[in-house]
Design a protein around this ligand. Structure first.
Ligand SMILES: NC(=O)c1ccc[n+]([C@@H]2O[C@H](COP(=O)([O-])OP(=O)(O)OC[C@H]3O[C@@H](n4cnc5c(N)ncnc54)[C@H](OP(=O)(O)O)[C@@H]3O)[C@@H](O)[C@H]2O)c1
Length: 356
């Protein structure tokens, strides 16, 4: 464990700032690299037909992927891996950021003094003194708590999705997705939670490593269950601004509708062994669009964007990727429904009512 502390020593203010710039640009480049091909393939030009077909081959999954194109594919049930990764990674980031916020970024004058009192826990740690100077302003401390809040919302989302892959969806054994789509999914659930907390992610990692190293030196005396201050951890969240609560309300709206739409999709096959059976979904937003669960996902990410305050370009790029990716898949799903069912309701839009 000591090794961990020594490894983090060279993380000076300067190197944190340089590494953070690199991380932010890496994430932004990733979102742009994922979005640009979709935008290009969506341009209405016949010259792009072969490029569009190629990209669709990568993006298709489940019912819209023809059985003939099963080369380089994995089962669609591997969606489970995305949410296992999403839950583990988001939980780690959330716990680290929340603890860091509690210790280093108090949101009130009263907790400022708590933080000073807590400095004995970290002794003469370079990292702690580094953090005291790193987050001196109220704005910075607010942003750390905002990151914890965004991660909390993400956690609520990935936990439900994990439960649904186990208990709601009954993936057909013939439903596949391209290996490229699979790798994109793994990237997504690594990069999306990270994009929500780039403001303090490196400081959190440095702080956590330092805490682990000091725990090793000072032993269990540092930890006492009676010291656990639950209200102290929760109270600063209640001090967040209207933007965060408006974003959380939008997030909840999308979250609840996605929950309903997934329940409808999961109930379409009357018998769990009828896994190759497809039907026209009815109820909730299915009455107006063909892929309301994709629309709800867009609303969930729009909620995260609003809760972030809208000033972080990385979160904007994440949102644009989600919209482009799901609109692309929704268009193909809509075409599939119209082709598959003669009695498919013609008043349904693909994904965005009265627009698309
Ligand atoms: N954030 C992102 O960029 C992103 C990307 C991809 C997905 N997602 C989210 O992940 C969730 C699942 O996406 P997905 O693409 O896997 O959804 P999907 O293709 O609609 O499949 C979901 C489940 O419903 C079943 N199903 C779908 N339509 C059916 C029908 N007409 N009749 C009977 N069963 C039907 C599927 O069966 P089969 O297995 O037989 O197809 C599968 O088990 C969505 O809410 C989406 O928003 C998010």
């Amino acid at each position: 464990m000591k090794v961990l502390g020594i490894l983090m020593e060279p993380f000076t203010l300067q190197s944190i700032s340089t590494t953070k710039t690199g991380l932010v640009w890496l994430l932004r480049a990733g979102w742009m690299a994922g979005t640009l091909p979709i935008l290009i393939a969506s341009l209405p030009s016949s010259h792009l037909n072969s490029f569009r077909t190629l990209l669709l081959g990568f993006a298709k999954r489940g019912k819209i992927m023809p059985p003939s194109s099963h080369k380089f594919t994995v089962p669609q049930s591997f969606f489970l891996h995305f949410y296992m990764l999403g839950v583990v990674w988001t939980t780690m980031l959330l716990m680290g950021t929340w603890y860091f916020a509690y210790k280093v970024a108090p949101l009130s004058a009263e907790s400022l003094s708590d933080s000073a009192a807590a400095s004995h826990l970290t002794g003469g740690s370079h990292v702690f003194s580094l953090h005291k100077s790193r987050f001196p302003s109220a704005d910075d401390r607010f942003n750390v708590w905002k990151s914890a809040f965004l991660l909390l919302l993400m956690e609520v989302h990935v936990l439900r999705r994990l439960n649904e892959t186990f208990h709601v969806f009954n993936y057909s054994p013939s439903a596949r997705m391209h290996i490229f789509g699979y790798l994109t999914g793994l990237y997504f659930y690594t990069a999306a939670p990270l994009s929500l907390c780039t403001f303090c992610a490196l400081e959190v990692v440095t702080f956590a490593a330092n805490q682990v190293a000091e725990l090793n030196v000072e032993g269990q005396d540092m930890l006492s269950i009676t010291d656990f201050d639950l209200w102290g951890y929760v109270k600063p969240i209640t001090r967040l601004g209207w933007c965060q609560w408006a974003g959380a309300a939008i997030f909840a709206w999308g979250w609840l509708h996605q929950y309903c739409c997934h329940a409808i999709l999961g109930s379409l096959r009357e018998h769990r062994d009828q896994t190759a059976e497809y039907a026209i979904p009815h109820g909730d937003w299915f009455e107006i669009v063909s892929s309301p669960h994709y629309l709800a996902e867009m609303i969930i990410y729009a909620g995260l964007l609003v809760a972030s305050g809208g000033a972080d370009f990385t979160i904007w790029l994440l949102m644009v990727f989600v919209v482009a990716n799901l609109a692309f898949a929704a268009a193909e799903t809509h075409r599939w429904y119209l082709k598959k069912f003669e009695d498919y309701p013609l008043n349904r839009w693909a994904i965005l009512p009265y627009v698309y």
